[in-house]
Design a protein around this ligand. Structure first.
Ligand code: ATP
Ligand code: MG
Length: 389
């Protein structure tokens, strides 16, 4: 029996004149994400997107799992393709709906007739198919007010479709509709969640990671790749820049007062990230910072790090508690990787008494002995790029 996926566009319905553009980007994203599963046709008609496998070598179950994670899809359903005749709908419905119907007690049928040429009216279709299902599954009863399940029969342009309830999608906006931004990704819990939050609002992601070998191990870098590949199931492929940070950290350790280490390190990260982001056409940076979580995330500390950066810094977790962040990280399946114990460059040089109320002039004074521009140029020239998906 031929099956397809039908997609409803959620928030996209709100987008007025932009809607077409949004749908086209969503369709492109769907094609890209299902590309290796077999040949498909993806098209839109009457505010529904159709994913139609061209033959039965297409991996339909895997496609459903992937569609669940694509942003811009509020809800979708699997549906059985029928010819536009009552005979075919009657023949296929009971068999196709077996899994939906065998474990429920009550149902109702709803019919939608986009093709008004179809000989039966919607109430007639409902009555007829309802009767067919009742005789195929004698344990069932019809309940039009509070049914356990609603069965839909839709008579559309080329075919009729029979389906059970919708499956909830990932919501949000299609990745790419909001432009590009660069996530500063560590191996921790927060930054992968921040990346996911902003991809959900339609941003295509680039990623920047600062690595400090030999203080940090290759396993820490692998951990970042694993985290990004989890996020990429939602956001699509991510371009990752790995910036060598060892020399900068050594210079900071040798030339700056200890209580400013973290702040100066973060200012260096922001300066370098902005340069890399611009090269990759990103319009903003994203971090996993949450107000007050650690000394470098107090408001005065954030002010001193923002000061060196002329790009907007998006901080989607700024008002969240750790528990809320952990809940998302479990949901998107990054938590177990994030808590693996490999050293991050920030944990290597943590001052015993970090400054929590730094002023800008104190920071500038504390980093006065650094060759800032030369260090930035060197780090950027040694940055390595790769794709994660
Ligand atoms: P996370 O859980 O994301 O590591 P955190 O609570 O440990 O966050 P910090 O270590 O202070 O906080 O880092 C704050 C933010 O700075 C991170 O969320 C991330 O966006 C960025 N960041 C920290 N370390 C790195 C790194 N090595 N490479 C790139 N970005 C980093
Ligand atoms: Mg961290």
């Amino acid at each position: 029996m031929k099956e397809i996926i039908l997609i409803k566009n959620g928030e996209l319905t709100l987008k007025g004149l932009n809607r077409c553009n949004f749908e086209d980007i969503l369709i492109k994203n769907i094609r890209r994400r299902l590309r290796d599963l077999g040949e498909i046709n993806v098209r839109k008609a009457q505010s529904t997107i159709y994913i139609e496998p061209k033959d039965d070598t297409f991996d339909f179950e895997e496609a459903l799992e992937r569609v669940k994670l694509i942003f811009g899809i509020a809800a979708f359903s699997r549906a059985c393709v029928c010819e536009k005749t009552m005979e075919d709908i009657i023949a296929k419905s009971p068999i196709y709906l077996e899994n939906d119907l065998k474990n429920v007690k009550t149902f109702k049928v709803e019919a939608k007739r986009a093709d008004k040429q179809f000989p039966l009216t919607s109430p007639e279709i409902c009555r007829e198919i309802g009767g067919v299902l009742l005789s195929a599954y004698p344990h069932l009863r019809v309940d039009v007010h509070k049914p356990d399940i609603i069965i839909y029969v839709e008579i559309r342009d080329y075919n009729a479709y029979v389906r059970g309830e919708q499956i909830q999608g990932a919501g949000g906006l299609p990745v790419g509709t909001a432009g590009n931004a660069s996530i500063l990704i560590s191996g921790g819990i927060d930054s992968p969640v921040a990346a996911w939050c902003m991809a959900k609002r339609g941003l295509r992601l680039n990623a920047i990671h600062f690595a400090s070998p030999p203080y940090t191990s290759p396993r820490a870098e692998q951990k970042v790749r694993t985290l990004l590949s989890r996020v990429a199931r939602y956001s699509g492929a991510i371009n990752l820049a790995i910036v060598p940070f060892t020399q900068i950290q050594d210079e900071i350790a040798n030339n700056c007062p200890e209580e400013y280490f973290t702040l100066i390190m973060r200012r260096m990260m922001m300066r370098i990230s902005e340069r890399i982001a611009r090269e990759k056409d990103s319009l903003a940076l994203i971090t996993g910072e949450s107000l007050g979580q650690v000394a470098s995330q107090t408001l005065p500390a954030l002010v001193t790090t923002d000061y060196v950066c002329n790009m907007p810094v998006l901080r989607p977790l700024i008002g969240m508690d750790k528990e809320e962040i952990v809940e998302i990280s479990r949901k998107i399946d990054t938590f177990e990787t994030s808590i693996l114990p490999y050293e991050d460059c920030c944990t290597v040089f943590t001052p015993k008494h970090p400054k929590t109320r730094p002023t800008l002039s104190e920071c500038e004074k504390a980093e006065a002995n650094l060759q800032i521009d030369a260090l930035i140029e060197k780090a950027i020239s040694e940055t390595a790029y790769s794709y994660v998906d």
